[in-house]
Design a protein around this ligand. Structure first.
Ligand code: GCB
Length: 616
């Protein structure tokens, strides 16, 4: 992202090309929005904690924004007039305290650590719209339900805590240049939402990712995909989509100067230009050589730049072929959380720290669990050479039979794929984690798999499945596995079952599918710095022995082609109550929440060194 000016002080100099969508007050999808020229709205936002939702409902519980006048809510940002003493206004944003955006609220104020409910945010900014331009308000993520208002008028409501929200605000900006945006963020958990009530991560609330406004010309590049065609290393294929008046019959230029590719395209009646270009000379992107090409798309006065890598990914029997070559995925699971603060990762510094640790561990792959991570994380993975498993929060017990819940999950999946489709690093779309087999769940999950394939045929589709046990035999035969490209499952031998670490090598695996096997999770807790013998739970030695014996046990799986142990770092989890060993943290990290590497870190590092020798 190229920060332009800090909004508080800013007079806006929005020049040059940006882009998006022309659905007013609806969700827009501007491809690579953070890569455009922007007005940055990060920083201090005034906030009001509103557990009773007084700013949203009247005393009869009618929503103000559904009333005839549409007025009465905190989003009006009312100010006393000269008759101050006679007016009743029971809130004042500008006299309220401020939270930093991006950032969850829980880690910014001790009284908000466990807060679940509504908080209102407000920010003023200066922006005088220029004729012939369009403006798009972008939020990287708001957890969970957000109602967004600009200058007192509602732009819309969105659910889902981890995907970008965009609105075309061109016609909503004030002609004087003085604007204010107000957000109602509500992280209350509900049984029919995605995720549902029960998760093993902290329910961080608020505006957790970047906020900015992007500017585009009236006719602009909304969307594009530039990737290698399915399983075809010699063809660059994709599309460019224009929006706005005059989008039909326009010339679009695709330019990858470094590769000598320059192609002029014409948009059709829908504003779309598709292409398939020979690409024989492209250096392939891989973890060993994460080559990214500067790619430029121009049309009329709009221009978008990206840095894109090109690779193929496919499976053959139990092999994963990256650029045609058999690969072992040396991975680690990661939450979108900085363990040291702790709280949601707030930007590139935090994200780079996590991926640097993964590289030090010897990884060529990361599982970005259990929900879409920051777009900046995907770009860093491209740059640093880490393959990515990207996931939606279809986790544990979802309301499988509720059509609205399905729609919600599908929208989150669609938004994730839309955001990540130009990232070479992403090789797997995961449609969920540890969902319990049943017919309604199979229907729900199979529909998600089909949706993912219809949106992107160039990547693998998976889900983290479960296993069942009979004595020392472990069987993986979940019928959902038949729909997936990988057989991925979580197993907790030596922690939740299976006895002590030294006892787990007795287990053997019966895996029904002839597909690459990825162990999407295994591990156990250790409190960093706590030392005892290898049979003592919570000690670093126990965790170390667990990993050593896991590697022995897993060596019995002929089709094993990758692992993402649980997890890179300790993370906050409300379920984890032990007052000595946990204190609100899941301690399965290989790195503690003080940044200390536990013994098991080095066990994994050594195993990955051996696997790299074998495969790279
Ligand atoms: C799992 C979940 C993960 C938990 C982990 C644990 O199977 O997928 O979200 O954090 O186990 O530590 O129990």
């Amino acid at each position: 992202m190229r920060p332009l000016l800090n909004a508080l002080t800013a007079l806006v100099l929005l020049v040059g090309p940006f882009a998006s969508h022309n659905l007013r007050a609806q969700s827009a999808q501007l491809q690579n929005a953070p890569g455009r020229r922007i007005l940055n709205l990060n920083g201090s936002w005034n906030y009001i904690i509103d557990p009773y939702e007084n700013g949203f409902y009247d005393y009869r519980r009618e929503a103000f924004d559904q009333s005839k006048s549409g007025k009465g809510g905190y989003y009006d940002n009312q100010k006393p007039s000269s008759k101050q003493e006679t007016e009743l206004i029971e809130y004042d944003f500008d006299k309220s305290a401020a939270l930093q955006v991006p950032g969850d609220w829980n880690s910014q104020d001790p009284k908000l650590l466990y807060y679940e409910g509504t908080i209102w945010y407000k920010k003023s900014f200066s922006l005088t719209p220029k004729p012939g331009k369009r403006y798009f308000l972008y939020f990287g993520a708001i957890n969970y339900e957000s109602h967004i208002y600009l200058n007192g008028k509602k732009l819309g409501m969105r659910k889902g805590g981890f995907t970008p929200i965009q609105y075309d605000i061109t016609d909503r900006l004030s002609s004087t240049g003085d604007n204010f945006v107000i957000v109602k963020a509500d992280n209350t958990r509900h049984a029919d939402e995605v995720p549902t009530i029960n998760t093993d991560w902290w329910n961080y609330g608020g505006i957790t990712r970047d906020v900015f406004i992007a500017e585009t010309p009236a006719t602009y590049i909304t969307d594009y995909k530039v990737q290698l065609a399915k399983n075809d290393p010699n063809t660059l294929a994709g599309y460019v989509q224009l929006s706005g008046e005059g989008k039909a019959g326009q010339t679009v230029t695709l330019n990858i100067a470094e590769a000598g590719i320059k192609k002029s395209l014409k948009t059709d009646a829908e504003g779309r230009a598709t292409f398939a270009v020979p690409a024989k000379k492209l250096t392939r992107w891989s973890p060993q050589n994460p080559k990214l090409y500067p790619v430029s798309l121009t049309s009329g006065s709009d221009a978008v730049q990206d840095r894109i890598g090109f690779r193929t990914i496919q499976t053959k029997g139990t092999d994963i072929l990256l650029n045609g070559k058999s690969t072992f995925l040396r991975g680690i699971s990661i939450h979108d959380e900085n363990p040291l603060i702790p709280g949601r990762a707030r930007g590139e510094g935090d994200l780079r720290m996590l991926l640097t640790w993964a590289k030090e561990l010897g990884c060529n792959y990361v599982r970005l669990a259990h929900y879409p991570h920051n777009e900046a994380m995907l770009k860093l993975a491209d740059e640093m050479g880490l393959l990515v498993w990207a996931e939606v929060p279809v986790y544990w017990t979802i309301a499988w039979e509720n059509p609205a819940t399905y729609q919600n999950a599908e929208t989150q999946l669609t938004d994730l794929i839309s955001m990540g489709k130009n990232r070479a690093s992403i090789v797997v779309w995961s449609v969920g984690n540890e969902t319990p087999p049943s017919d309604p769940r199979l229907k729900f999950m199979t529909s998600l798999v089909k949706k993912a394939r219809s949106l992107d045929d160039t990547r693998l589709i998976s889900a983290a499945l479960e296993l069942h046990r009979d004595g020392s035999k472990i069987t993986v035969d979940d019928p959902l596995g038949a729909e997936l490209d990988l057989t991925s499952f979580n197993e907790y031998a030596g922690w939740y079952w299976g006895g002590k670490p030294s006892e787990i090598t007795q287990y053997t695996f019966d895996i029904k599918y002839n597909k690459p096997v990825i162990i999407s999770e295994f591990g156990g807790d250790a409190l960093g710095g706590y030392h005892a013998d290898a049979d003592t739970r919570w000690s670093e030695e126990y965790q170390e022995a667990l990993y050593q014996n896991q590697f022995k046990m897993l060596s019995g799986i002929a089709g094993l082609r990758g692992l993402t142990p649980w997890i890179l770092t300790d993370f906050r989890a409300t379920r984890r109550q032990h007052p000595v060993y946990q204190n609100g943290f899941n301690r399965k990290g290989l790195i503690s929440n003080t940044g200390q590497k536990k013994k098991a870190f080095y066990t994994v590092q050594e195993y990955y060194r051996q696997m790299a020798q074998k495969y790279d």
